[in-house]
Write a new protein. Sequence first.
Length: 445
Amino acid sequence: MSGEELEGYSSEAEAFVLGACLMATPAYDAVADASRILGDGSALSPANEAVWQAIVRLHGKGRPTGVPMVEAELRSSGDLDRAGGLVRLSQLAMAACGPGQVEHYAALVQGYAAVRRYQATLARAQQTASLISPTDVADAIRAHQAELDVLAVGDREGEALFGRLGDDLDEHLKTLEQPVEAAAVTGLTDLDQVVKMRPGNVIVVAGRPAMGKSALTLGVALANASSGRPTLVHSMEMGKAEVNNRILAARARVGLHRLMDGGPAVEDADWARLMRILPDLRTLPLWMDYAARVSPSRLRNRIQALTRDTGRAPLVIIDYLQLMETDQRGARQSPYERVSEISRELKIVAEETGAVIVCCAQLNRGSEHREGKRPMVSDLRDSGQIEQDASAIILLHRPDAYEPDSPHAGEVELIIGKNRNGPTCTVTVAHQLHFGRIRDMASAD
């Protein structure tokens, strides 16, 4: 064996693992055991990584991984010299550890790789800290924290999610004995029957301007919080005063325009209504974030903090998706690329945290030129990735927005254009936009 050492690597542990793979037999598949830990990533030193990749390619084709086959594979890929030649392969084979030790040494190799990634992350953070503007410190810290979160999880999550189907079936059958409780509720009876919000779901609420997206999603936030479930609202389109006025108007049934005007416009009867609802509003498990710049990493941190504080992943409302930023600071991205990345990251955040995320989204003008003006899923603006990632898509259509004298004035059609957990259909509800709210038809008093 060569005495050359590279800082941050364990040449001895790597040799033990590679040697065992080169000496694998039909009775013991050392490559399978090592692969579960090392995967296909660059966990080994450069020369040993070339050997490992050759072994993985051969193993994937169902071929032997002995020295002659690996030598031929390295020769065909042009990596034989980088790997140290036939002499080095023979030395590795002679250094093989015993069958029961492969996973132990592979874990040690992977541990050194984790140390290197950690060091690289800290180095990037240090470089960023030396160049960053004082106004961007908070965003940089959140981006760094997101990297650290990924490093902390490592491959443990992947291993926990890997296994044979039959191993979990009995446990799964036991869960079927009890009805599944929704992770969040909308407060709209028919909608709750159709769209079952499960942990890790991303629900998209889309519509043209003035269709009632904010009224619907704020109503969902209030209903969910009123049920005792933690709820988080990220409002990038409206400021604190406007959101507060909408919540107060919806709960107290006070004209929204009066609260917007303030002063004499708010009558004594309005004040009496407002005072009656304040005690309940003050105790709701409802958190608000009015930051104009929200990225997936900021969202993940907020969800994790609330989950620690409340013991339960929250329902998250985002108003709206196209206003979010990516975590790729300074990257030159088209609107399509930016929204696609945000959509993918929101799906990952929901699945990792167990939160339900409800996003408002804008539609393009396609429905404006369509007979009946009814929107379609294909009208989602900027990215088809949203349609792919969403668990459900709810499209809002308000007939009286286009035809004030419509026989369906006062109604909002909630068109379920996609629904992984239930049917696609249309749920009709009533809008009371003068109160800033949307209600069930039966209770629209």
